[in-house]
Design a protein around this ligand. Sequence first.
Ligand code: PTT
Ligand code: SF4
Length: 610
Amino acid sequence: MKGLHGKILWIDLTKKEAKSIEYPKEWARDFLGGRGLAARILWEYLPEGADPLGPENLLIFAVGPLTGLPLPSSGKLLVAAKSPLTGGYGDGNVGTTASIELRKSGHDAIMIKGRAEKPTMLYIEDDKVDFLDADHLWGLDTWTTERKLRDEFGKTAGILEIGPAGENLVRFATIISQEGRSGGRPGIGAVMGSKKLKAVIIKGTKDFNLYDEKGLRNVGVKAYKDVVKSKNYKFWMRQGTMATVDWSQENSVLPTYNFREGVFDGFKGIDGFRMEELKVTQRGCPNCNMTCGNVIKDEEGELSELDYENVAMLGSNIGLDDLRKVGVLNRLADMYGMDTISLGSVLAFATEASEKGLIEDRIEWGDYHKYKDLVADIALRRNDLGSLLAEGTKRASERIGGGSKDWAMNVKGLEISAYDCHAAPGMALAYATSPIGAHHKDAWVISWEVQTDRFAYSRDKAMKVIELQRIRGGLFESFTTCRLPWVELGLNLDYYPELLYHATGIKYSWDELWTIADRIYSLIRAFWIRELKGWSRQMDLPPARWFKEPLSKGPLAGKKLDIEKFNKLLDYYYEIRGWDERGVPKRSTLEKLGLNFVVEKLDSIIGLTP
Ligand code: PTT
Ligand code: SF4
């Protein structure tokens, strides 16, 4: 098999055993790699109903056929597991040299089961796996951990680690690399912590096993040049994703005060231009010539790498209008190793709960010092409120009640990322149907939506969401490369089948690629149904706030979503996907997609529609 190695490195932490196993060739053909491969592995090897924080959960690191190759922004790696936040499929994407080292180790994925007796780190060199003592690292933040490991294993080693949040099983803990790259929003860092696994260090010595290396290099060089030629390149290099703050404000989608509003009076204090004034350096993922990690000196004089989601969720959404203070909260999230989006959401949730008298603590919007304390409370679970918020908004709202479910801003348990949807039904659908819970990564339809028929609940809109889910969630997550050259700088998508051809020797048509993307989506939906032992369309609904409470500020004051129309939009979505009115893939759809292996199980759980 060219383009991939056809092997998984299987590791059991309980038994301290490791071996390299071959996986069926058709998996690579039918699921590509990355997310597709991770979903296939989870379906096959995860014991049904496994406790996400128990030893039987599988922690997966996966790369795809384009990872690490000489082509734009290819240094990405997928982390996946059954999520402790949602109970369903969870994954995330990290830009890290570990992606390249994993590929060079001769494996397409690492699959880790079991639980170590005491804090452990894994040192992987090709097929060799050492189980090393990590007692001295347990409790350390991610930056200190990685610096110590670099001293020990060298600058070029691929290193992934967790911080105290992962160790303390914060349900939205992530996996961190390179002091500012974070992946696995649905608590994949907590899964790593539950296994007492502090870090993974990877070094590989093998080649990429390509079909046509020279051809790939030629196409890759051309694509790199096109990235630089893009008319947006210069501005992108100045602001990266931070330009989105002003865009969101202009379009009334900047999450503000726990998604009550879409505009924030203090937006200028946290926008891309303010970031430019504070910027001290810029960094990014490997193999990238459009690096977007903008680093500022924060309020405490430390370096903090900013992105739009971090700033909107830890800025406007909690009423904080000073980027240097936002920078501190953002840096602490990276150092403790937890997701900034969920963190911003739980802080906003707590503030609103305090305002409504549902918790005893006094928290005011924009109270930087209180928020700073709370970040540590959550990561260390060092008091009742911290422990409550470490569970995420869904569980926290179930505990405090008082109608808070309506404004616990999550779908399926995963907190919503930084786009308010009072006046964006398409984006609300994208959140509602994202395969990991409310994440913008699969279908960032909002930019298209505000430029077209913004308030429509049309079939075209459902189709657009699916088109984006296919490209972003199906293909980029499985290639596994960064999608931003295409999203932000308009790199021609046709490069990708061409690059795939040179990597694998297989000429994929676009129709074949769409089918692969749809297959991955239906498999992930099947996994959710299996693990939750059922399904209903309620699972695919955004929070009630957007339907019940209109915006009160800005040019779109008075706007809110319409539940009946939204249900119609969801019907269109299900119909195009070949899923029934409950959101369950039909038997005919599963068979058409070659997912026959899930049919019997799903039928026994939920009764499939023909
Ligand atoms: C991603 C999510 C995002 S999406 C952001 S900012 W964004 C937040 N970043 C966090 C962070 O930083 N630290 C932290 N402690 N938590 C964070 N949570 C949030 O996580 C990231 C970039 C960005 S910046 C985006 S859009 C693109 N995302 C990609 C993706 O998802 N897939 C893909 N194939 N390419 C992508 N390219 C871009 O990567 P999750 P990174 Mg990330 C510090 O983690 O779980 O996938 O959620 O990976 O290496 O940090 O790059 O405005
Ligand atoms: Fe990483 Fe940004 Fe480059 Fe994508 S564009 S690879 S997120 S630095």
